[in-house]
Design a protein around this ligand. Structure first.
Ligand code: NI
Length: 233
């Protein structure tokens, strides 16, 4: 579980909020699959609306431009971000995200390895509405400033607590990683973060840095090409 600070600036969040305020919204349960539909009570911005699609594409581009996120997720395919909204008394009960998703209006499917929530409302704007993620260390409660994002394994059980006051707006998306294995993805993330820190410290010789870069890139391509991927179901 990794927090990405300020994937969107305050100005960008405000611009997103303005567009979304005028966008058409529908019942979120329409887009949930299987058992998730029965516990999903929120609204989702119409993904076919031009201005909504434009926001989704902007956020998609930003994901690719955010080094910490790329390092943590090593995305191979990304589902176009969706925007959801919880009004008072709305919630999304415990569920696991669909393992395989069809990208709308295409024949392409992605395996969801990583889920990402980008908060678009400030924590002071609503009560309740925490994202609760079940981890091996117990339940983590997440409520981040607007413009911040959290990524977590799609296979983890999670829910959004009922909003008891105000409104919670967020963007969500899913990624298929080049690295299927969660622990290998974590190792590669740690290795890359250490390399980035060594670059900042600027005390390590060019040759040693080149060697470390080589190890990192070879490990990514080796793992990407050799580990079995979960078959599509
Ligand atoms: Ni979910």
């Amino acid at each position: 579980m990794i927090v990405i600070d300020k994937i969107l600036s305050t100005e960008e969040v405000n611009a997103y909020r303005n567009v979304l305020a005028d966008a058409p919204w529908a019942d979120g349960a329409n887009t949930a699959m299987g058992m998730a539909a029965s516990v999903k009570n929120n609204n989702q911005a119409d993904a076919n609306n031009d201005s909504v699609r434009q926001l989704a594409n902007q956020l998609l581009a930003r994901i690719g431009e955010t080094p910490k996120l790329v390092s943590a997720a090593l995305p191979h395919k990304i589902f176009p971000p969706c925007f959801n909204r919880y009004n008072e008394a709305q919630e999304y009960g415990f569920h696991v995200d669909a393992a395989v998703m069809r990208i709308p209006n295409t024949a392409e499917v992605i395996r969801s390895d990583i889920s990402m929530t980008t908060f678009l409302s400030e924590p002071e704007e609503y009560e309740g509405g925490e994202l609760i993620i079940s981890t091996e260390f117990g339940q983590q409660s997440i409520k981040l400033p607007a413009g911040y994002a959290v990524v977590y394994p799609s296979s983890s059980l999670h829910k959004v607590n009922a909003v008891t006051k105000g409104q919670r707006v967020a963007a969500i998306t899913w990624m298929q990683s080049m690295i299927t294995d969660v622990s290998m993805r974590q190792n590669l993330y740690q290795l890359d973060q250490s390399i980035q820190n060594l670059i900042k410290e600027n005390k390590t010789s060019r040759t040693e840095m080149d060697n470390l870069h080589n190890v990192y890139h070879n490990s990514v391509s080796y793992t990407h090409l050799t580990l079995p991927t979960t078959p599509y179901v």
